[in-house]
Ligand binder design. Sequence first.
Ligand code: NAP
Length: 292
Amino acid sequence: MDSTLRLNNHVEMPALGFGVFQTPPDETAVAVETALGTGYRHIDTAAAYGNERGVGEGLRRSRVDRSDVFVETKVWISDYGYDATRHAFDKSVGKLGVEQLDLLILHQPLPTRFDLTAEAYRALESLLADGVVRAIGVSNFMREHLDLLMRTATVVPAVNQIELHPYFPQRDVVAANDELGILTQAWSPIGGITFYREGGGSTLEDPVIGGIAAAHGKSPAQVMLRWHLQQGRSAIPKSTRPERIAENFDVFDFALADEELAAIDALDRGVRRGPEPASLTLEEYGRPIPEA
Ligand SMILES: NC(=O)c1ccc[n+]([C@@H]2O[C@H](COP(=O)([O-])OP(=O)(O)OC[C@H]3O[C@@H](n4cnc5c(N)ncnc54)[C@H](OP(=O)(O)O)[C@@H]3O)[C@@H](O)[C@H]2O)c1
């Protein structure tokens, strides 16, 4: 298993990244600095998380060379449209304090305003052509959104970041990604959304995952991350606790057997825990993203 993945435009991306969704802005610099000190070389943030400044601060404090870190961020739906999305890039790099992004993705499809979504993607294509982003992609795009996008896109997205954990592996979307040559990146890779949102069982307490973890002397989170990596996906676990940041990176010294991967595959409950991409609207989810 390779710890680096090659995107469809040959850009290389560390498979295991560090997420910062819900990381408070004033804790983000420390979390990112800790992650980089631990060995992570890929950070996933978003304009909508309100902590891009902290990510930039952590990056600088770490003293890791900028060129050694893969920085990924997302454009929020309120900034969709050609000019607005070009400007969203300026806002993000201004807050991050970097000149170039390694990966810029659309955070959500806007099914009721797909015209705006397509224009936002056209802006990403222009940023790629300008050389100020190294790769572009999407997030939470279902097969129908990818099909719609490909009617006007000239660049196939490099990445589609989707909710993906043992209870919701979204095989239909992964298959659509594979058909188009798009790399699947898992958000809530250890099932965070199954336990930080009320109303369902936690993947961390799953007996099958727990059994596999015990057999390897590893934790349930480590087993889930290994399940992603061995199946060729990128995963971006989030934590603000140093011991968990380290635990989630310590996944390169063991391997799951095919039967173990299959046993985790069989845990699919077919129930989405995050927002339903088909019904996401500007009216409900739109909110202004501040200037840099
Ligand atoms: N594109 C999208 O729409 C979207 C949506 C959601 C997330 N994301 C991205 O994906 C990243 C990861 O997803 P996520 O944050 O939803 O969920 P996650 O990484 O699966 O889980 C994070 C949760 O698990 C806890 N945790 C972390 N490591 C642990 C461990 N080893 N053992 C036990 N608990 C642990 C964290 O708490 P502590 O911090 O207290 O450790 C946090 O509550 C996000 O940070 C974000 O970058 C993207």
